[in-house]
Design a protein around this ligand. Structure first.
Ligand SMILES: *[C@@H]1O[C@H](CO)[C@@H](O)[C@H](O)[C@H]1NC(C)=O
Ligand SMILES: *[C@@H]1O[C@H](CO)[C@@H](O)[C@H](O)[C@H]1NC(C)=O
Ligand SMILES: *[C@@H]1O[C@H](CO)[C@@H](O)[C@H](O)[C@H]1NC(C)=O
Ligand SMILES: *[C@@H]1O[C@H](CO)[C@@H](O)[C@H](O)[C@H]1NC(C)=O
Ligand SMILES: *[C@@H]1O[C@H](CO)[C@@H](O)[C@H](O)[C@H]1NC(C)=O
Ligand SMILES: *[C@@H]1O[C@H](CO)[C@@H](O)[C@H](O)[C@H]1NC(C)=O
Ligand SMILES: *[C@@H]1O[C@H](CO)[C@@H](O)[C@H](O)[C@H]1NC(C)=O
Length: 439
């Protein structure tokens, strides 16, 4: 009698649930005629509101308070309501229950203030309390800390700040998220990287700005996926190297979110890639060399994609200008990378500069389509803020009479509670099916 044992091992990978995070600029209604209601909710999971800035006494402030709190959209909701961006976000959240809105704290230039607050437990307490008051008044779902950047000498204090936030958020009657915007690398050491990754919901890596018209020595790519073997000495950075930095330091890949630019950087008086250039004199909003993606490539220019390293650019030989950015082609490659490496999703800076969401140029839509609607993290946001000082945030029903509560967003999230969805999202499951045949 002959026994043949065949062992079949079948791997079935269940896709993780991805975030598609977009930054919304407080000032985009002013600079880009782009309001909260202009965002296409169906393609996004999180909005990071940029910014609430910290003061060194632990209070927070907004740069354009009228745009943030007062501007009337449609019907005037009256003096007891918050209007402006936050009034619209309240409405937006009720209409799009799968979109969570986080308040981004900080941004470039606030390192000294964060250092001071984080080092002092009294100040930390004041800062955390003020932030919690803000998000519960404004009807938000958590925070995104943009401290640029904690170093090995301040990372312990950063961790204490994160702990204080987590403790305070655990007292809230809803799930409040904590995410951070992280630099392309850091000097924290893997123990600290692991601790930070453990306490936050996601680490949004700023895997862009690899070159800049103010500080680069020669022209180079803004956000190439892979390192270019042909690059001059010293230019070794890539999306892959910055993402792998966090993974290799012990950050769970499901918490690592890839940052993508929705803008281009231009270099003037240059002969092309890896060449010298002069200081910027042009740009979409200022003469700073930065362009809204939707205006690229310039009319008549041919977009070029280096498919070896996944980088998009064009060169205007008349103007002698080199422009580097991401296009649908490179975003598709990045989406594949993101899936192949089981990352937590994508983060875009920033939504008002994207091409219309329905066009095939939209970077946000390209990414969303590549990841697949069914793979998005659609955990429900919170819309119950009974203690808010604003009548429209407190209200059980929308205060906007032009709104219909029965409006359901097109993505149709399951009614899975936050915790269950988060558990699922942190899991890439492998099923092993072992079949033994006895002959
Ligand atoms: C701003 O955008 C709206 C549509 O969202 C449009 O109706 C209006 O004309 C625009 N205003 C300007 C000044 O471009
Ligand atoms: C905190 O500092 C800011 C900026 O200096 C100031 O405007 C505000 O009044 C201060 N608040 C308190 C409570 O000290
Ligand atoms: C109220 O609803 C209208 C119609 O959808 C919208 O245009 C407007 O922005 C909304 N206002 C607020 C404050 O949400
Ligand atoms: C911590 O901050 C509090 C409140 O601003 C201040 O009174 C105290 O002196 C600070 N402590 C240190 C050690 O700086
Ligand atoms: C991605 O980055 C890792 C770590 O830096 C490196 O080992 C690997 O070779 C890179 N992959 C590619 C395709 O460049
Ligand atoms: C994108 O849309 C434009 C305009 O509708 C069309 O001409 C072009 O062929 C489309 N490109 C692709 C790759 O589908
Ligand atoms: C809201 O939608 C419901 C159901 O679709 C409809 O019966 C009702 O008339 C709508 N109300 C308004 C104010 O549009």
């Amino acid at each position: 009698m002959k026994h043949i044992v065949a062992l079949c091992v079948l791997f079935a990978t269940v896709d993780a649930l991805y975030r598609n995070v977009v930054y919304f600029h407080e000032w985009s209604p002013l600079t880009n005629n782009f309001t909260v209601m202009d965002m296409d909710a169906s393609r996004i999971t999180h909005i990071n509101y940029a910014f609430a800035y910290p003061n060194d006494n632990g209070t927070l402030w907004f740069e354009y308070p009228d745009t943030a709190f007062k501007r009337v959209y449609g019907q005037d909701l009256g003096p007891t309501a918050v209007q402006g961006n936050f009034g619209q976000l309240n409405e937006f959240k009720r209409r799009n229950r799968h979109v969570r809105v986080l308040l981004s704290l900080g941004g470039w230039g606030y390192n000294d203030i964060f250092v001071k607050i984080a080092a002092n437990s009294t100040l930390r307490g004041i800062f955390v309390k003020n932030t919690v008051t803000l998000i519960t008044n404004l009807g938000l779902d958590g925070i995104d800390i943009d401290w640029e950047f904690p170093t090995s000498s301040t990372v312990n204090d950063f961790y204490s700040l994160l702990q204080d936030f987590r403790t305070a958020f655990n007292q809230l009657p809803f799930t409040a998220e904590i995410t951070i915007a992280a630099g392309s690398s850091n000097d924290w050491g893997s123990t600290q990287v692991k601790k930070v990754c453990e306490i936050v919901d996601s680490v949004n890596v700023m895997s862009y700005d690899f070159s800049g018209p103010f500080w680069s020595k020669v022209t180079s790519h803004l956000a190439n996926l892979y390192t270019d073997a042909k690059a001059p000495n010293g230019i070794k950075i890539s999306v892959n190297s910055t993402i792998q930095f966090y993974v290799q330091q012990g950050c769970p890949s499901s918490k690592v979110v890839m940052g993508l630019p929705i803008y281009g950087a231009s270099f003037e008086n240059t002969n092309g890639l890896y060449e010298s250039f002069s200081k910027p004199t042009q740009g979409s909003h200022k003469p700073d060399g930065y362009w809204d993606y939707k205006s690229l490539p310039f009319p008549g220019m041919r977009e070029q994609v280096d498919t070896t390293i996944q980088a998009t650019y064009f060169y205007d030989s008349t103007k002698k200008m080199f422009v580097t950015y991401d296009s649908p082609a490179t975003v598709q490659a990045k989406a594949k990378y993101l899936k192949d490496n089981s990352l937590g999703g994508a983060m875009f800076w920033e939504i008002s500069a994207d091409a219309p969401s329905g066009s095939n140029r939209s970077l946000i839509t390209t990414l969303y389509n590549a990841l697949g609607a069914e793979n998005m993290n659609t955990a429900l946001n919170n819309i119950k803020y009974p203690t808010s000082i604003y009548s429209n945030i407190r209200a059980e029903e929308s205060s906007n009479s032009s709104t219909n509560q029965s409006n359901v967003h097109p993505m149709s999230p399951s009614n899975t509670p936050n915790s269950a969805t988060n558990l699922k999202s942190s899991l890439t499951t492998a099923f092993f099916i072992t079949i033994a045949f006895l002959l």
